[in-house]
Design a protein around this ligand. Structure first.
Ligand SMILES: [Zn+2]
Length: 254
């Protein structure tokens, strides 16, 4: 069984002591792809992220200014992306809008927009962080025009909200939240299988029975199990489909 964790933060302090074992445990259950999301405003994290990809074939990178850091955006950041090996930088993200952060909404929108434009210039998909702002995110995508691919990570909206993004070709990603959120289960049930990605968002959002603890890529299995249950699909098949989806969104042109 081959699995893909489409969203993790392996350079978080929570992994400082045992990252090697964490990656090893994931590998042992078949996680052959991990997208490690980097914060583009954090030079140290970028450097460490690039090092990781030299050490592990399974680790890929995405980079972006998280909405939480939207006010740190500057035009020089785009240049930083040119130091990434082409076969390792698979997306711009996570980027988006989150009104629960103490960052002015207009600043978040502007930083989001600038990065969509970068993604278009680079021909890369985007990874969207969106909470309570599906309308705003949708409008910006529309204004920036659609021939753009991407995923809404740890989707937290309703089916109605999901449908609009599916209609414009986006993928929907489910994390450990799927193991306990009725809303997420409903959306996963209705989302076509060929548009679903899975992720851990490690070290956050651990699935049941690890809820509240540090999350790690090997726990993706719990989300695969839950998705299999919802879709009435064997676990191996769920793994195969979600990994194929990961490859077609992020690794297609390699
Ligand atoms: Zn994240």
């Amino acid at each position: 069984m081959v699995l893909a964790d489409s969203h993790a933060h392996l350079l978080d302090d929570f992994f400082e002591k045992d990252l090697e074992e964490v990656v090893e445990r994931a590998k042992n259950i078949g996680v052959e792809y991990i997208n490690n999301c980097l914060e583009l405003t954090d030079n140290e994290e970028i450097e460490e992220g690039l090092e990781l990809t030299k050490k592990y074939d399974s680790i890929f990178l995405s980079a972006g200014v998280h909405p939480f850091n939207a006010k740190d955006w500057n035009n020089g950041l785009e240049e930083l992306l040119s130091i990434f090996p082409k076969d390792k930088l698979i997306a711009i993200g996570e980027i988006g809008i989150d009104p629960t952060y103490d960052v002015h909404l207009e600043i978040q929108k502007e930083t989001f927009r600038k990065q969509i434009q970068i993604a278009k210039r680079k021909g890369l998909p985007i990874i969207i962080h969106c909470r309570y702002s599906f309308e705003e995110v949708y409008q910006i995508l529309k204004e920036e025009s659609f021939p753009l691919q991407g995923v809404l990570h740890t989707f937290s909206g309703t089916w109605k909200e999901a449908e609009r993004f599916l209609d414009i070709g986006f993928y929907i990603s489910f994390s450990g939240v799927l193991t306990y959120s009725k809303k997420a289960k409903e959306v996963a049930l209705k989302t076509p299988f060929d548009r679903i990605l899975i992720e851990t968002d490690s070290p956050y959002l651990a699935p049941i029975p690890y809820k509240g603890q540090r999350n790690e890529p090997s726990y993706i299995l719990r989300t695969v199990e839950e998705l299999s249950r919802l879709k009435g699909s064997p676990i191996e098949k769920t793994a195969e489909i979600t990994t194929e989806n990961f490859i077609s969104l992020f690794l297609k042109e390699q």
